[in-house]
Write a protein that binds this ligand. Structure first.
Ligand SMILES: [Zn+2]
Ligand SMILES: [Zn+2]
Length: 172
């Protein structure tokens, strides 16, 4: 096999995060996260309802409406956004299913840029690096600021291409 075909570690672990995200049963968003220590995979998680209770595919998404301030060309606009609040976010599930000792000095690969709540929890979890792919502009500013203050490496894999079979098909 040609070495040119060999995936670099970032691609390798982000591919796994995308594979994991396909387990999600929320039709609005599929998010996957993996915990990596050195080059060792220590845990995987996706967004979902707590185990044993109906998930989004069975009970439907639990929609919450929020008003968001969006600044465009210097003009502030109030925009209504809908979110599904039935699921525990992938990053939070990752923290629930991994050990503190394993997390110390580890990295998290996550398909989507963490929201503020997840970022806040990750910042206190022992991990030292977060690598994400799809941006989540709403919280970027305060999340980036937090990671800087905590000295956590926070980077986006801008040129990454997810495996085709992991691409989400949105059902209504
Ligand atoms: Zn949902
Ligand atoms: Zn989150």
């Amino acid at each position: 096999m040609s070495t040119a075909l060999r995936k670099d570690w970032d691609t390798y672990f982000m591919d796994i995060a995308y594979m994991v995200s396909t387990r999600s049963r929320c039709s609005r968003r599929h998010v996957g996260a993996v915990l990596v220590q050195g080059k060792k995979l220590l845990g995987t998680a996706y967004n979902g309802a707590p185990s044993g209770v109906p998930d989004c595919s069975e009970a439907g998404c639990m929609i919450s409406e929020e008003v968001e301030v969006i600044v465009q060309n210097g003009i502030e606009q109030l925009v209504k956004k809908q979110r599904c609040v039935r699921t525990i976010h992938a990053e939070q599930n990752l923290l629930l299913f991994t050990d503190r000792n394993d997390r110390e000095g580890s990295s998290v690969y996550v398909t989507d840029e963490p929201c503020w709540t997840c970022a806040n929890m990750l910042a206190n979890s022992g991990i030292v690096e977060i690598i994400y792919h799809r941006p989540y502009p709403k919280d970027t500013h305060k999340v980036t600021d937090l990671m800087e203050k905590k000295g956590i490496v926070f980077r986006c894999l801008e040129n990454y291409q997810p495996p085709q079979e992991t691409m989400m098909t949105v059902s209504n």
